[in-house]
Design a protein around this ligand. Structure first.
Ligand code: NAP
Ligand code: ZN
Length: 345
């Protein structure tokens, strides 16, 4: 077994603490990865605090992992020792169902999340740790040689925003709105702009206006201003909602054109209310989207490497995770925290 140092939540209220545990010895198809950086997703916070119910402790969060291959099993073909690799939100799936066959492993009924779930009888532990062992088919190739702390968030924030942009074929000629400028939101802005769309950032934080434009947004709207959204009624082809807390979905849906779609990415713990008229009026749709499959994650990583796109990060030692969560709750993340795994040694 492989000795691993991690940081874990032991209940939903207390600060995270050091946690020593063991990973399995790599099997013939496994890759042992020394973790370099792990991004901090708002989903980590939701699960640490049991906001979605069903969290089990100790809980080692982290599903935006970049590291170096330390060892490979005898049947591993894609990777060798020393390669730079990534691991995202899941580490296994059945491989046989319709979703798996379509490269949409995230929708497999037996998908194994990177943390806070069981793989067989063993709890999975995430990337707030020094090492991880993952079957090669769930490991991604990272071609970037530098700014790896900014590459880590692509493994969740990047693919979660890329997947709906590709599924709904968004690009040149489309007006896209992104609600919320946090980890997901800032990647949505960068990726939608890189795909050629005209991007409007909708934000509760007027202070983020300059950053939004630097990140690639063409327009910025402070949503708490009186009548801020009135002029934008029926304006957008596509809206990406990344908000982590309860908010007004009807107001957002009202900004869609005829036949356009609002995609929900954020997962507020409370259910939303939606008057039917806000959809019926213009045959609008509301959809949801969950991270992305392995093949499309590789496609997104390669696209970002070719275009020089990384996340804007504030790198922290793991010991600062609780204050990072508090800042995230205040919308004060610019625009992803990334843990430097050296701080776990
Ligand atoms: P984050 O960095 O904390 O960003 C969320 C942003 O939402 C904030 O920066 C803020 O932006 C805005 N916001 C916060 N509270 C708000 C409120 N009450 N009303 C309106 N806007 C508010 O979080 P994240 O890591 O991007 O994650 C966002 C959500 O996506 C979380 O719920 C997370 O669990 C979920 N998620 C889903 C998937 C998926 O597969 N669908 C994957 C990853 C994460 P402004 O300051 O600009 O308003
Ligand atoms: Zn995430």
């Amino acid at each position: 077994m492989i000795d691993t140092k991690g940081y874990a939540a032991f209940d939903q209220k207390s600060p995270l603490k050091p946690f020593a545990f063991k990973r399995r010895e790599p099997g013939e198809r496994d890759v042992l990865i020394d973790i370099l950086f792990c991004g901090v997703c708002h989903s980590d916070l939701h699960q640490v605090r049991n906001e979605w119910a069903g969290s089990t402790y100790p809980l080692v969060p982290g599903h935006e992992i970049v590291g170096r291959v330390a060892k490979v099993g005898s049947a591993v073909k894609k990777f060798k020792e020393g390669d730079t690799v990534g691991v995202g939100c899941f580490v296994d799936s059945c491989g046989k169902c319709d979703a798996c066959k379509r490269g949409l492993e995230q929708y497999c009924q037996s998908v194994v999340a990177t943390y806070n779930t069981l793989q067989g009888d063993t709890p999975t532990y995430g990337g707030y740790s020094t090492r991880i062992v993952v079957t090669e088919s769930f490991v991604l190739k990272i071609s970037a040689k530098e700014k790896l702390e900014g590459v880590a968030p692509l493994l969740c924030a990047g693919i979660t925003t890329w997947s709906p942009l590709k599924h709904w074929k968004i690009g040149k000629g489309h007006r896209v709105a992104v609600q919320g400028l946090g980890g997901l939101g800032h990647m949505a802005v960068k990726l939608a702009a890189a795909l050629g769309a005209e991007v409007t950032l909708l934000s509760t934080s007027p202070s983020k206006s300059v950053d939004a434009q630097r990140l690639g947004a063409h327009h910025f709207v402070a949503t708490r201003g009186k009548d801020a959204l009135v002029k934008l009624a029926g304006h957008f082809d596509f809206i990406i909602d990344t908000v982590s807390a309860p908010h007004d979905l009807a107001a957002l849906a009202g900004l869609l054109k005829l036949d356009a779609t609002l995609v929900l990415l954020g997962v507020p713990p409370e259910a939303a209310q939606l008057p039917a008229f806000s959809l019926i009026a213009q045959r609008r749709s509301i959809a949801g989207s969950l991270v992305g499959g392995i093949a499309e994650t590789q496609e997104m990583l390669d696209f970002c490497a070719a275009k020089g796109i990384t996340a804007d990060v504030e790198t922290i030692p793991v010991q600062q995770i609780d204050s990072a969560y508090e800042r995230m709750l205040k919308g004060d993340v610019r625009y992803r925290f990334t843990i430097d795994a050296k701080s776990l040694q």
